[in-house]
Design a protein around this ligand. Structure first.
Ligand SMILES: [Fe+2]
Length: 252
């Protein structure tokens, strides 16, 4: 794969992020479930339904995939030691903060407030209608290319925006305390801002790796997939998960 110049790689990644951001706004953040949540009009049971039947399981599993990403693309990280430190920090964030087992712990805390038990988070099967998001990630990890994975991960910056909106809605309209909504505030910080004395925001980390891949000839794409498809399909599957949760919760 021909390496792009640094300027070309930056322009490509900026444009990809612009498209992902637009898709998130159109389909996720301005989608029905989030519109209702932000207005305080979504029954909290519907939000709990999303966590009970798909999101909580997704949140745990996607973090474990980052360990696999490090192993699978170790030769790339060995050539870019600065990024080796950054992926270590990112994995540590997910598993060690605020204390082991990391984000799973604060997920349990927020789920408890939603009435979703730890047992459900750990053992409840994901509804088929909600499992496209995690299955796309798994298929890109095991069958796709590094560039496709890091293009898929363009959504992580938008997860930071989404968690910020959830925190705002839950603490101002649903009576959650900051502690009960800690899962959302922690993610907003980790995905969007430099934190804990120099740890790169996860969104910026993913964009940095993608730029580096493109600038060093690592922008491989499969026919029928490719970076843009993986990035936008991932955003679409967030939207579908929310749409399906809303529809199924209402039909109960
Ligand atoms: Fe993150």
């Amino acid at each position: 794969m021909k390496a792009m110049g640094a300027g070309e790689a930056k322009a490509y990644v900026d444009e990809l992020y612009r498209k992902v951001e637009q898709r998130w706004h159109e389909r996720v953040l301005d989608g029905e479930l989030m519109r209702q949540l932000r207005a305080g009009a979504l029954p909290i049971e519907t939000f709990a339904f999303l966590f009970r039947n798909g999101y909580a399981q997704y949140a745990i599993e996607i973090n474990t995939m980052w360990g696999c990403v490090y192993q699978k693309y170790l030769p790339f990280f060995k050539q870019h030691v600065d990024l080796m430190a950054a992926i270590g920090d990112k994995i540590a964030d997910e598993f060690l903060h605020p204390e082991p087992p990391g984000h799973a712990l604060i997920l349990f805390q927020t789920c408890e407030r939603l009435g979703v038990s730890r047992e459900e988070v750990l053992n409840r099967p994901v509804l088929p209608e909600l499992r496209g998001l995690i299955d796309l990630a798994r298929s890109i990890l095991y069958e796709g290319t590094a560039a496709e994975w890091f293009a898929r991960a363009a959504s992580e910056k938008m997860v930071g925006v989404w968690t910020g909106l959830c925190y705002e809605a839950l603490t101002t309209k649903y009576g959650f305390t900051p502690d009960q909504a800690v899962y959302f505030s922690k993610h907003e910080e980790a995905d969007l801002q430099e934190h804990d004395e120099g740890v790169m925001a996860h969104g910026e980390f993913n964009a940095t790796v993608l730029r580096r891949l493109l600038a060093t000839g690592g922008g491989w794409e499969r026919p029928g997939y490719g970076m843009e498809y993986c990035a936008l399909s991932n955003a679409d599957l967030w939207a579908l998960m929310f749409d399906q949760a809303l529809k199924l919760a209402q039909s109960k």
